[in-house]
Structures are given as structure tokens and as C-alpha cells.
Design a protein around this ligand. Sequence first.
Ligand code: S3P
Length: 189
Amino acid sequence: MRRAETMTPISGKLHNSDLNIVLTGFMGTGKSSVARELAHMLGRKVVDVDAEIERRAGKSISSIFAEYGEPRFRDLETEATRETAKGKSQIISTGGGVVLRKENMDALRGSGIVFCLFATPEAILERTRSNKDRPLLQTSDPLGKIRELLETRDRYYRNTCSYMIDTVGKTPGEVAREILEKFCLKAEK
Ligand code: S3P
């Protein structure tokens, strides 16, 4: 994504909504940076479910995967998601695999509006290649792994959101504004 540019003022009606804005999507689609932009625009707080998992476990995501394995990580993710979804008026940034469990998405969808960010496998590789914090992508063929995971997860991403948002070639600010326009329409109904 390109650099963020100056913000435009946002409709006052949004400030009255207690619905959460929930961001889902594959690793490297820009959830965290878009969440920060949204929080800045709306004066809301960001809750990052991965950070919540790390805080509760007292360990990094990589350590949790290495020490306990992915199934235990998924249980911790479900607990953190359930708790996070109880809050109101938040910007919630989720981990890329949160869509895999129906109970996670039931809780999130019940708490607000879900926006799924997407990008091409190549753009995802570009955005994730220098970061070693994603255990699932620490393989000799990260692009192949990205393609494989996207293929198996595609229907979950599509079926669990209200809107799919293309992020390729857009700044986090542009993506955030697109989300706000759509959120406005839903929140006003
Ligand atoms: C994962 C995505 C990561 C993190 C964990 C597993 C996934 O979050 O939850 O490494 O299964 O896609 P980000 O999407 O924030 O990188």
C-alpha cells in the first residue's frame, strides 16, 4: 500500500454508533494499518486480537505456535475473539485465520459490521516477506503457501463478511475511507 494522505472529516452520525468495525482478511492485507487509520478518523480504540492473545498468554504468537502448536493457538484465538466481541464502538483487527471457526465469526458478526480486506498473493508476499512473526509463512516457498491457504480459506473470507475490500494499490487511508462510507450506510439503517 502507498503512504497515507490527509484525512477528510467524517459524518457525526458515526460517532453515535456502538457497532464495532471488524476487519478480517489474510495476513498482509493491511488490517492493522487500516485499523489505526479508522481509529484516528473516528476517535475509537483499536483492539488487535493477536495482541490480545499475546497479552493473555504472556508469549508471542510465534512462541505459542512453537511451544503449543496451531490447535492450541486457535483455542486461544477463540477465547480472545469472544472477549473482544463483547466490547462496543471498537475497531477490531483480527488474525488471518479467525474466519476458520464459525463461533469466532458468529461473535464478531453479532457485534458489528465485518469488512474483509483482500490482496493478490504477490502483494501479500511483498508485504509479509521481511517479517518473521508469522509462523505459517516461515517455509521455503512462502508464495506457494500463501496461494494454498488463500484457496482453502477463500470461501470463509467471502461468506463471513458484509463487504470485501480490495487493498491493492491503495493507501491505508484510502481503504479506511472506503470502509467508513460503507459503514455509514449500514450504521444509519
Ligand atoms: C494467522 C494470521 C496471523 C496470526 C497467526 C495465524 C493465520 O495474524 O493470527 O500467525 O492463520 O492467517 P495476521 O493476519 O494479523 O498476520
